[in-house]
Design a protein around this ligand. Structure first.
Ligand code: ATP
Length: 421
């Protein structure tokens, strides 16, 4: 098949991007157009870029119902910087039966010499360069295309294109000012961006507040919990192990439901819970519960830098406050939201939403530091920027896509915040 590739940051995808596909398909008789959201250029020309999962979700929505269009996420899957030459080569290797044309606007044609190894791009794909905006000089484009072909080889075709003065920058500016964008991008994309709180503020992906989960994130209690439970049980079955991992990060009430669902209604839940509470009580009596390495440092640094800080935990307040106090972490928090303060526990967004409300900060301006699957789901559903610091379980693909990033420990998270905050 003849495949056209439209790559972009798509922050957000707009009508110009979709039209590139429509026009290229007609003019060059292409079978399908694949849209490739760029990997995590967290900074694009010094500016921050929305999380990959949001750009991907918007791209899917923009193409919904277009039989000839597909979303291709290979650039999102690749670690580190995205280079078009690598993308083209990866596609050629994966789909040797297809013929690829890389479609882009005149601005990219102008910059092609500064891209990494353009000859590798041109060796794997023909380039179709579309005019961009009302000021397009097609003669200049032809000259540029000829010069590039002489230098790098391959085939570059200039593509007449309707003068659409739309850019993602314009969309972001208009949305930030609360102006109508219906002429610039598909309705479903605008609705998604609106719902997620993207582009609402001057710098949507920067954060002024950080919301921390407690168990497994600041305190090393998840392991203590699982060990205590397994000790009380005596014999550890795979079903029990799975059930215990499933209740990490959820409220006590929900844990009870999950345990009964998975281990049967006659499972001695109360008995086990009492035994586990007893282990926690004894550990507390012997001093504070174990604190994660770097917990005090990250909180102190963020507090000094002026970030608003909140704790959002599924655990009950009677336990959270003394535990934070004993660990010496309580004074750093402007707000502490616990299980019971919100209608629903994690993975519902309620606890994080309450935390944002208590801080007086829009959820989109809050970074949420979480260790567990349920926590990341909850933070993401609240519209926060989820940063995962996994504890017992590594993230699966779904969770990795929702997280803005994954850091192995709190000191790395601290460095990440210094870079991106
Ligand atoms: P930003 O304003 O954030 O720089 P953008 O609108 O240029 O974003 P990108 O995602 O960076 O969008 O662009 C992806 C591709 O789409 C590029 O090749 C770009 O040239 C092309 N493109 C974007 N808008 C238009 C347009 N109005 N006409 C023609 N090509 C366009």
């Amino acid at each position: 098949m003849k495949i056209g590739l439209v790559g972009g940051t798509f922050d957000p995808i707009h009508r110009g991007h979709v039209l590139l596909g429509v026009v290229a398909r007609q003019q060059f008789d292409l079978d399908e157009i694949w849209f490739l959201p760029a990997g995590q250029p967290y900074f694009k020309e010094g500016k921050k870029v929305s999380p990959a999962q949001d750009r991907l979700a918007m791209t899917k929505r923009a193409l919904d119902g277009l039989a000839w269009a597909r979303v291709c996420d290979i650039e999102l899957r690749r670690e580190g910087r995205t280079y078009t030459c690598e993308t083209v080569e990866e596609l050629r290797a994966r789909y040797p039966e297809h013929e690829f044309s890389f479609i882009f606007g005149a601005d990219c044609l102008d910059q092609l010499d500064s891209w990494r190894e353009p000859e590798r791009i041109l060796a794997g794909a023909r380039i179709l360069a579309a005019g961009r905006g009302s000021g397009t000089d097609y003669d200049a484009m032809e000259r540029k295309a000829a010069a590039l072909m002489t230098r790098f080889g391959g085939q570059i075709r200039v593509m007449p294109f309707p003068a659409l003065d739309v850019s993602s920058t314009l969309v972001r500016e208009r949305m930030r000012e609360g102006l109508d964008v219906s002429d610039l991008l598909p309705e479903a994309v605008a609705a998604y961006a609106e719902r997620q709180g993207l582009y609402r503020e001057v710098d949507h992906s920067s954060f002024t507040a950080v919301v921390f989960d407690m168990d497994g994130t600041l305190l090393d209690t998840e392991k203590l919990f699982i060990d205590a439970w397994e000790e009380a049980e005596g014999c550890v079955t795979p079903e029990l192990e799975e059930a215990l991992y499933a209740i990490i990060g959820v409220t006590r009430e929900r844990s009870e439901e999950i345990i009964y669902e998975r281990l049967g209604a006659d499972y001695p839940y109360e008995e086990r819970r009492i035994a586990v509470d007893e282990v926690f009580r004894r550990t507390r009596e012997n001093g504070a519960l174990p604190v994660k390495a770097g917990a005090a440092e990250i909180l102190r640094t963020l507090w000094r830098k002026g970030y608003r800080l909140a704790l959002a935990s599924s655990t009950e307040r009677e336990l959270v406050i003394p535990e934070l106090e004993a660990a010496g972490l309580l004074p750093y928090f402007d707000a502490v939201i616990c299980g019971g303060d919100a209608a629903r526990g994690k993975p519902a967004p309620d606890i994080f939403l309450k935390a944002a409300e208590a801080l007086g900060t829009a959820p989109g301006r809050c970074l949420a530091v979480e260790d567990s699957r349920n926590g990341i789901l909850s933070a993401h559903a609240a519209g926060m920027i989820p940063l995962m610091v996994p504890d017992l379980l590594p993230p699966d693909e779904e969770i990795a896509a929702l997280a803005a990033d994954i850091c192995p420990d709190l000191p790395t998270a601290q460095t990440w915040i210094a870079l991106h905050g």
